[in-house]
Design a protein around this ligand. Structure first.
Ligand SMILES: Nc1ncnc2c1ncn2[C@@H]1O[C@H](COP(=O)(O)OP(=O)(O)OP(=O)(O)O)[C@@H](O)[C@H]1O
Ligand SMILES: [Mg+2]
Length: 369
């Protein structure tokens, strides 16, 4: 028996045959980077932000620097992680990197190099704590200096950028980056919409109006239908349309879950998939995700919990109607406060007066409780 590679994947970044659509966003992103804009993009976790940006960048000729701020705790760690990311992004052999940085780009601190088990280098800047402000400045200038040096645009992606607040360098970042013109394009990605909005849309914040916001939407059903159908068929299996519809009804087109359900279904089915199997696949996923959902639930106040139940009951519409509020013993002011809470916690979002859960599987799980 041959081992079949799965046509579906969920977890980290997806590319090539695992990357579905996003052609509109990809085009827009590439065009914005071409014209040297700085771009802001936010979407819930597991929505496909990183995949989209890396996929768009692979379609360009630019060098790019990719830094995930998620695990960085302070300015000094930022300096070293960013420096490493820059070294990796500029495609220079590691023995030449040090010369490039020191001689060509004029970086002052001493650089030491370490190699891991696979022979991959990692760089460290040696400086005193008292010098960290100066060094931060120098490192932040590097992408610009490098772009000028090679006379070619450089793209810098800051993933999970909302963490910049905890690192405490937002003002510094903004004051340096704003002088980098269109030869360096910055892409700011974030998964906490409320924090990202406050960073970029709040008049009193340093990043106010410094970017173009590129919205990222769910992948539409017709694209998923084709992708999932092709995934099964290219691996010798058949999936009826109603089955795909049942997947998308639960996942609501949310990328991670659409892939996850399709993946489970693919592995539990023989040649023909039957509709009741979708439920079995979903149940097995719920079992795996349940701890996470309980955790999310337990972080809510009583009124916020009640408000979520109300949203499910009202399907997110006309939530302030008398009947709906009475049903849950809410006054309009207590409901308003609870809704503000779940919006701020990024559990819920709203579009054109309708409220919806950011995580469709969390909603599904809750509705089954
Ligand atoms: N364009 C796409 N086509 C198909 N599946 C996708 C696509 N984008 C994302 N996915 C699915 O979603 C998963 C998460 O993608 P990715 O890591 O890019 O999201 P993210 O928004 O950066 O998540 P996080 O906030 O956790 O970093 C992928 O492993 C894949 O299953
Ligand atoms: Mg990501």
């Amino acid at each position: 028996m041959s081992i079949r590679k799965s046509p579906f994947y969920y977890g980290g970044v997806v590319k090539d045959e695992y990357f579905c659509n996003r052609s509109k966003e990809t085009k827009e992103l590439v065009a914005d980077i071409d014209s040297g804009l700085n771009v802001l993009m936010y979407a819930p976790r597991r929505f496909g932000k990183t995949s989209l940006v890396l996929n768009a960048l692979s379609k360009t000729e630019y060098s790019y620097v990719f830094l995930d701020l998620m695990s960085i705790v302070d300015a000094e760690e930022f300096i070293n992680e960013y420096f490493n990311a820059i070294s990796k992004g500029i495609n220079t052999p590691s023995d030449k990197v040090v010369t490039l940085f020191k001689k060509v780009l004029g970086l002052r601190p001493n650089i030491s190099v370490e190699f891991d088990m696979n022979g991959l280098p990692s760089f460290k800047l040696n400086f005193l704590h008292s010098e960290s402000k100066k060094v931060l400045n120098e490192v932040l200038e590097l992408p610009f200096r490098y772009a000028e040096h090679q006379n070619k645009k450089v793209v810098v992606v800051f993933d999970e950028f909302q963490e910049v607040v905890n690192i405490g360098i937002e003002e510094k970042l903004r004051s340096v980056l704003q002088h980098h013109g269109d030869i360096v394009s910055y892409v700011f990605l974030g998964s906490k919409k409320s924090m990202m909005k406050s960073l970029f849309f709040d008049k009193n914040k340093p990043f106010y109006k410094s970017v173009k916001h590129v919205p990222i939407d769910k992948i539409v059903s017709s694209d998923w239908e084709e992708y999932i159908k092709h995934g099964f068929e290219s691996h010798g299996k058949q999936i009826p349309e109603e089955c795909i519809a049942a997947i998308l009804e639960v996942s609501k087109g949310f990328p991670y879950y659409s892939q996850q359900i399709a993946y489970e279904l693919f592995h539990m089915s023989d040649i023909h998939v039957e509709t009741p199997m979708v439920q079995v696949a979903v149940d097995s996923i719920l079992e795996k995700e349940e701890d996470l959902f309980w955790n999310e639930w337990n972080h809510l106040s009583q009124n916020q919990k009640k408000a979520l139940k109300l949203l499910i009951y009202a399907e997110g519409e006309n939530i302030y109607s008398r009947e709906t509020m009475d049903h849950f013993h809410f006054t309009s002011s207590s409901l308003k406060k609870a809704i503000e809470g779940v919006l701020a916690k990024d559990v819920v979002d709203q579009k054109a007066g309708t409220y919806y859960f950011q995580d469709p599987l969390f909603e599904y799980w809750l509705s089954k409780q």
